[in-house]
Design a protein around this ligand. Structure first.
Ligand SMILES: Cc1ncc(COP(=O)(O)O)c(C=O)c1O
Length: 369
C-alpha cells in the first residue's frame, strides 16, 4: 500500500478529483486546510486573465530566474541561495533526504506539520524525537529544547514558525538562542509558510549567512492565496546552493504560477490588508467559540484555531464526521505528532458567512449530543 501523510483537504470527496462537482464548493466549508479564505490580489487575477491562453500553451522561464529575482528583492535575501519548488511540499520531499544525513534522531516538536516526520521517518528511515509541546500549552519550551541538545546526539531540528497546527510561535531571540546552542552541530530547518502573521524580525531569512547549517522553507500558497498555483522556495546555505539548484528540474514552476507570484509579491498593500482582516476574523471566531462552555480554544497567531474537546464528551474523530455531515470540514490533528489524544481539532478561519456556518454547525453538533 502507498504510504502517505494524513492531510486535511476532504473537499475533493465532495467535488470529485475530476472536478465534476465544482458547484459543491459553495455548499462546503473547507475549514480543514489552511488555504487563504481570500482571493489572490486583483492584480494577479487580471494578469492571469489577460495571459490565460498564452500562459497555458507556453513553457515557463526554465528555472524561474525572474521569480527568484523578485523573491530576493522583496525579502532582501541572496538570490543565489534560492531554490524553487512546485510548492514547498516538493522541496520537503526533494531536499530533506540530503539535508538530514546523520543517523542520529531529528527533533521535531509535536504536534507539527506532518510531512516532515513522514518524509524523514517513513521514507528515509530516520528516527524522530518528537519534542512535546502539549504540556506547555503548545508553546515550545526553548530552555528544555536547548538542554536536550546537550543530553544526547541529534541529527537535526525542524521548526515550523509560526506552527501549524498549534498557531504558537517563537520570537526572534528564542530562535537565535536555539541556533546559537546548536552551533552548527546539525542542520536546522525552519518552515516559514505562515511568516506574514508574525513581526518581520521573527523570520530567520536575514540570518541565512550567519549560520552555515540553516535552511528556510517558504510557501507562497497560504499568504498570497495561491495554493492552487504550487509555488514554494527554499533558502539554503551558500555552500549548498549549486547542489540543490542543479537538482531542480526545468520548468518546475508553471508559467501562469510564475506570472501570478511576481504580481502577488508586488502587491504588498493587498497582502497586508488581507492578513489584518484574517486576524480580525480569527479573533471574532475565537470570541464566538468561547460561548461554547464545552470547548477550550487555544489562542493562535495563524489563520486557524485549535479546539480542545476534552470537556465536550466527543472524540475529535466523531466531531469531525458530524461536522462534515453538515457541510463543514475541520481537521482532527491527532495524527500530527506522536502523543496526541483524539481530542484536538483545527478549524481554519474563513470568510464572514462561512465562519457563521462553522459556529452554527458546532452548535448543532454539540446540541445533538
Ligand atoms: C507548515 C507547512 N509547510 C508546508 C506546507 C505545504 O505548502 P505548499 O502548498 O507550498 O506545498 C503546508 C501546507 O499546509 C504547511 O502548513
Amino acid at each position: 500500500m502507498l504510504n502517505h501523510c494524513i492531510h486535511g483537504g476532504k473537499l475533493y470527496q465532495f467535488i470529485g478529483d475530476d472536478f465534476r462537482g465544482l458547484s459543491n464548493i459553495y455548499s462546503t466549508v473547507a475549514a480543514d486546510v489552511l488555504d487563504a479564505w481570500y482571493p489572490p490580489s486583483p492584480n494577479v487575477l487580471s494578469k492571469l486573465q489577460e495571459n490565460l491562453s498564452w500562459g497555458s500553451r507556453t513553457s515557463p522561464p526554465l528555472v524561474a530566474n525572474g521569480l527568484r529575482r523578485a523573491i530576493a528583492e522583496t525579502f532582501v535575501i541572496p538570490e543565489d541561495q534560492i531554490v524553487m519548488g512546485n510548492g514547498s511540499s516538493d522541496l520537503i520531499f526533494r531536499l530533506l533526504p540530503s539535508i538530514f544525513l546523520s543517523h542520529h534522531p531529528v527533533i521535531i516538536p509535536a504536534p507539527s506539520y506532518g510531512e516532515y516526520a513522514h518524509v524523514l521517518s517513513d521514507l528515509c528511515g530516520k528516527k524522530i524525537f518528537h519534542f512535546p509541546t502539549y504540556e506547555t500549552a503548545f508553546q515550545l519550551d526553548v530552555d528544555a529544547l536547548i538542554e536536550l541538545f546537550e543530553a544526547a546526539r541529534f541529527g537535526g531540528l525542524v521548526l515550523v514558525n509560526p506552527c501549524n497546527p498549534t498557531g504558537q510561535y517563537l520570537k526572534r531571540e528564542e530562535l537565535i538562542a536555539i541556533l546559537d546552542a546548536v552551533d552548527n552541530r546539525f542542520p536546522v530547518l525552519i518552515d516559514e509558510t505562515y511568516f506574514a502573521y508574525l513581526p518581520r524580525d521573527c523570520s530567520m531569512e536575514s540570518e541565512i549567512n550567519e549560520y552555515e547549517n540553516l535552511y528556510i522553507f517558504r510557501s507562497l500558497s497560504k499568504i498570497y492565496g495561491l495554493s492552487g498555483m504550487r509555488i514554494g522556495y527554499a533558502l539554503v546555505p551558500a555552500k549548498m546552493s549549486n547542489y540543490y539548484r542543479a537538482r531542480t528540474p526545468p520548468y518546475t514552476v508553471a508559467t501562469l504560477s510564475q506570472v501570478a507570484a511576481i504580481e502577488a509579491l508586488k502587491d504588498d498593500a493587498y497582502t497586508r490588508s488581507m492578513i489584518a482582516e484574517t486576524r480580525m476574523r480569527r479573533n471574532n471566531l475565537h470570541k464566538d467559540l468561547l460561548r461554547f462552555d464545552q470547548l477550550t480554544i487555544i489562542g493562535s497567531e495563524i489563520n486557524s484555531l485549535l479546539v480542545d474537546l476534552e470537556n465536550a464528551d466527543v472524540s475529535a474523530d466523531i466531531f469531525v464526521h458530524a461536522m462534515a455531515k453538515k457541510g463543514v470540514l475541520v481537521r482532527n490533528i491527532s495524527s500530527q505528532g506522536n502523543r496526541y489524544p483524539d481530542r484536538f481539532v483545527r478549524i481554519s478561519v474563513m470568510d464572514y458567512d462561512d465562519n457563521l456556518r462553522i459556529v452554527q454547525a458546532i452548535r448543532e453538533v454539540l446540541g445533538e449530543r
